[in-house]
Design a protein around this ligand. Sequence first.
Ligand code: AMP
Length: 425
Amino acid sequence: MTFTSLGLSEPLARAVADLGYDAPTPIQREAIPAVLRGRDVWASARTGSGKTAAFVLPLLQALSEHPGRAPKQIRALVLVPTRELAAQISEAIGRYGRHLPRPLKTCLAVGGVSANPQMMALRGGADLVVATPGRALDLAKQNALRLSSVETLVLDEADRLLSLGFTDELTRLLALLPARRQNLLFSATFPRAVQTLAAQLLHEPVRLSVEASAPPADSQQAQSTIEQRVIEVDTDKRTPLLRRLLETHAWSHVLVFVASRHGADHVTLKLNRAGIPAAALHGELSQGARTQALADFQAQRVKVLVATDVASRGLDIAQLPAVVNYDLPRSTVDYLHRIGRTGRAGQAGVAISFVTASTEAHFRLIERRHHLALPRERIAGLEPTESAPPALDPHGGVKGKRKSKKDKLREAAAAAAAQGPKRKS
Ligand code: AMP
């Protein structure tokens, strides 16, 4: 799926390509077409899901398709709980809109700084205003901000807006908006107050939940704060290698990625038998079991969470010091999603990939895809003895009878590796 196939124009697709976004995130896949159709949207989405682009991109498209604003009027109002978030969104608008043929005017209206420059900026009206509720209301009272022609209202982080005590301001602001408008509400959680607000605000909304979403891969961020290591090992020595790493590193907790539900259960059992508290997380567990496994991991009652990609989507684990790719991800994009679980918020993190003779060629594809050239390590006593297979690993995951493009590429790379000179290690 591409941004263009979601209905976005070429200048917007080009802007996200410039930023290195390969594909829309789940929330973007769902929200962008709905917003473009003019629907109200009620989305459960956290920071890190790509939610800003999910509403900014279609908003920019709608605003640039139907240009024109009356003096002093504004066309889209984005309300957020904090100045920082407002600044971030306004910067994102600048980045996503940079190739639009007609520049759109965006104003910030936030508290904590003098209102005068904001009033001046709003004089001729604006296409978009990103505001905190208190300042928006002040400016509206002084007639510097006219809300009667707002076409789209966005409430971002609605749960925080309400918990920070903006309920009164919101009610008063809503009263100034025209009755006919599009409403987009984003919230990470849905306490009763948010539900009441949603019921009051939204008209037949499209409900979106991105429980199953991965945080977007931000390769620059990933590569700057995350140390990436690659260890060569035989397939059947991966659990001993994992145990060795757990013994030799003082990690508080570790997220281990495996390829299948069976793998997750198997590795978990082995670790538990070795006295290492571990839990499995995969799509076939009940919701209760998944919640419990996650809660135990977050509280560090279990040290290792062994997860499949499916189950790990949407996980937001604070201060995770290490991620291990016990099995490599099939998709090269998932490599960044996985390693991005560590090193968050500027914290240092390490991502270690286990590479076997049969997955070496696939790892090289991952490296090429992300412009990486990582040194291979070997651990004393666990040095690999297997040699590369001449063709595709039979467990490489061919789903149907016909080989996928990816599998063919992998096969070709493996064959080339088998013929080529031996790599030094
Ligand atoms: P947000 O959830 O909006 O705070 O976005 C979090 C981060 O994800 C930001 O750094 C964005 O630049 C980045 N991002 C958003 N969409 C994508 C995408 N489709 N691919 C890669 N990164 C993205």
